[in-house]
Design a protein around this ligand. Sequence first.
Ligand code: ATP
Ligand code: MG
Length: 607
Amino acid sequence: MRLSQMLFVTLREEPAEAEIPSHKLLLRAGYIRRVASGVYAYLPLLWRVLTKISAIVREEMNTTGAQECLLPQLQPADLWRESGRWDTYTKAEGIMFSLTDRRQQEMGLGPTHEEIITAIARDMIRSYRQLPLHLYQIQTKFRDEIRPRFGLMRGREFIMKDGYSFHIDEESLKQTYQEMYTAYSNILRRCGLKFRAVDADSGAIGGSGSTEFMVLAEAGEDEVLYTEDGLYAANVEKAVSFPADAEPSSFKTFEKLDTPSTPTIESLAKFLNCSPTQIVKNVLYQAVFDNGKTVLVIVSLRGDQDVNDVKLTNELTKLAPTYGGNTVLSLTVPDEEAQAKWAAKPLPLGYMAPDLGDDYIQSGLEGLAPKFLRLVDQTAVDLENFVTGSNESGFHVVGANWGKEFPRPSLTVDVRKATAGDRAMHDPNQVLQTARGIEIGHIFQLGTKYSNALGATYTNENGDHVPLVMGCYGIGVSRLAQAAVEQSYDKHGIVWPLAIAPYQAIVVIPNIGDERQVEAAAQIYTDLNAAGVETLLDDRDERAGVKFKDSELIGIPFRIVTGRALADGFVEVVDRATGEAEEIALEAVVDIIKERIATALGSSSKP
Ligand code: ATP
Ligand code: MG
């Protein structure tokens, strides 16, 4: 492709709309244009990148025997009602764009495709002989994200590869899951990314496993905890660890103390001159279930620990049936406005005890549980002679014990947040380390959640109708493209990994007024393309400096310059990643570039 004929517009200025380097660079280098919040045009250069990523994804997926298909984006509400997700997705979470068509039928734009694929499986899979089966697609997804940001990282319209597998049993599912683990690792390695596969939260579906593939980068929205020995890595949402040991309490007898202005753990520990590990803190949450029922929750845990909202949500989901619900719609720390809706009297905030009276909740309110749900984290259960609130502002109690001053907890849970510095469970000599990651892929053992909901069964060898066992596997193709930039750039611009660069080489003519330069460049350009090297020709009527800057900004791996050395039969070849320049004989340059690309791609495609 000749640059003079391309839609090629680069920006010198930093775009104000972008916060992180990869977003700025993709905008500046003319890869994307913002059309609306979270909605981007993929311009020709980016489209080539996306096409290359997709090709790698296809190759790795097809190798496993998965089959490509294309499912509708316009999805009938009825299918989502069958799975029970219509209201949650369109109203509660509101992630799904929905519409009513001219026949007054409700439809949604697909944020994901479990419903569609399960309905197809229900109709078409009859017998165990048809199993296992794995279908995937690469397609635009729509999600009305609360906070679209960072360009392609969190779009409202983005490209995903999603796959769904069907099995006779868990064992068969686990096998495909392992194959996907390998396929995803291959995809990310071939795309030239540094990544980590981590244990991930499986949410309310629980039980079976799930793994996220995190591309490591400071701008990542996720925190990963891992150990140096390489044996443990998990999303912080899911991570488990041993907390630091609690210091023995110095309070031997129970008493109530005047502790003015100590609503925080820090202020209290300082005032009492004790360790936060001797304190039981009590945190108030407000949970709303999918049937609209609101429940007030008191979580008690050790003062030096924090609540992991994801773990807490999972515990609440398990308890949902007690309240007549299935899932948790929202979990918040109630602010003053929220408290005013249900509190019968002002709460002793900062001084609450685990036994805060249910009379703080107004009685007889529609849709509100009349009693607190009290959950005690294991870290608090283990404490003796602890410090905690007194339910009276300005006062705390010390030397308290479960089973004496406070009833022994009936519901013990693990809702503490693991943090860097904690000891690892598999080996307490290993200490958890932290890293930031961008979630690029997620593989998931779904089990029978959707097949049960939609009645997708097959006939087993004994002639019984049993639900299909399912897995699902997603990878963010457009997010991956930007993550690659986030992981690989310098002060001059993008440094694409060779395997996904939009073009592999760019031939730059410093002076288009010089006929010899133009001719030599055109020849190299033609020969490179003929040799299968994807090559650009910068034949624009621009200063050489501008052309060099642009080639660096857009990040093409090899630059060939038909400059001064041409008189001696040489061209300059610059490696974008290292910045190294060398002179190569005109007649050798095509073979040498071709050879280097083959070597680089060959080594990256090997495991
Ligand atoms: P996140 O936690 O980042 O919102 P998710 O858990 O909702 O992701 P999945 O539903 O598992 O994501 O989707 C599979 C993959 O699709 C993700 O791993 C990610 O790479 C990509 N993806 C999800 N949401 C977006 C988005 N809004 N923009 C771009 N890519 C996305
Ligand atoms: Mg999401």
